[in-house]
Design a protein around this ligand. Structure first.
Ligand code: GTP
Ligand code: MG
Length: 199
């Protein structure tokens, strides 16, 4: 499915600009520069579908992609959070857009919460997890850039996770470890996205 037809639908600045809630949606969230757009490209085996960048904060809108022809699933590339130099106005705009989206989107099946393997889960990530818990949106942790760390480090993150997730009722228990660069974990990610869409 993911390597077949995929259409960029639009970039939506607010909830009001989203397409109708007529397809199961899976959204990619995470700190800026964590690798959301890259993972979306790896998932769909396309280099330039979602724009990637070294400049944090590149993705500013909700970018919508429809998968399949006819479309059976929708992917949402979300703007990154936690960018240190982001002006307060931008941070507030992000929070508002995302809160609205998370709370108001009935067809949102799961959020993939991307975490840079090198950093692990930080305070801003936990804030977003709290937000997802209160919106009762199911979310799954996806480690990115595993090519940048040792396998033993990924194993440690995996071990530490259950204790942390216990405090987060809407979290999905299993963790995905991925590298867009090396194409690792991408098949598991595809299976997770399909599974989420069917929930
Ligand atoms: P924003 O849209 O700004 O929030 O960023 P993003 O989360 O979409 O990150 P993006 O995909 O643009 O990637 C940010 C940087 O990380 C780019 O320089 C990518 O090449 C790099 N990157 C992404 N995934 C990987 C990976 O798996 N391994 C390595 N080594 N680098 C990666
Ligand atoms: Mg991006």
């Amino acid at each position: 499915l993911f390597t077949g037809p995929i259409a960029f639908v639009k970039s939506a600045p607010t909830m009001d600009d989203l397409p109708p809630a007529n397809l199961p949606e899976v959204a990619f969230a995470g700190r800026s520069n964590v690798g959301k757009s890259s993972l979306l490209n790896a998932l769909t085996a396309r280099k330039g579908l979602a724009r990637t960048s070294n400049t944090p904060g590149r993705t500013q809108l909700l970018n919508i992609f429809d998968v399949g022809e006819p479309a059976v699933l929708r992917l949402v590339d979300m703007p990154g959070y936690g960018y240190a130099e982001a002006p307060k106005k931008m941070v507030d705009a992000w929070k508002r857009a995302v809160f609205d989206y998370l709370r108001g989107r009935a067809n949102l099946k799961r959020v993939l919460l991307l975490i840079d393997s090198r950093r692990g889960i930080g305070k801003v990530d936990e804030d977003v997890m709290d937000m997802l818990d209160s919106a009762a949106v199911s979310y799954q942790i996806v480690l990115t850039k595993t090519d940048k760390v040792k396998e033993s480090w990924v194993a440690k993150l995996r071990e530490d996770l259950p204790a942390l997730l216990k405090r987060h009722p809407a979290s999905f228990p299993s963790l995905l470890a991925t590298s867009s660069e090396k194409n690792h974990g991408i098949e598991d990610l595809r299976a997770a996205v399909l599974g989420a869409a069917k929930d």
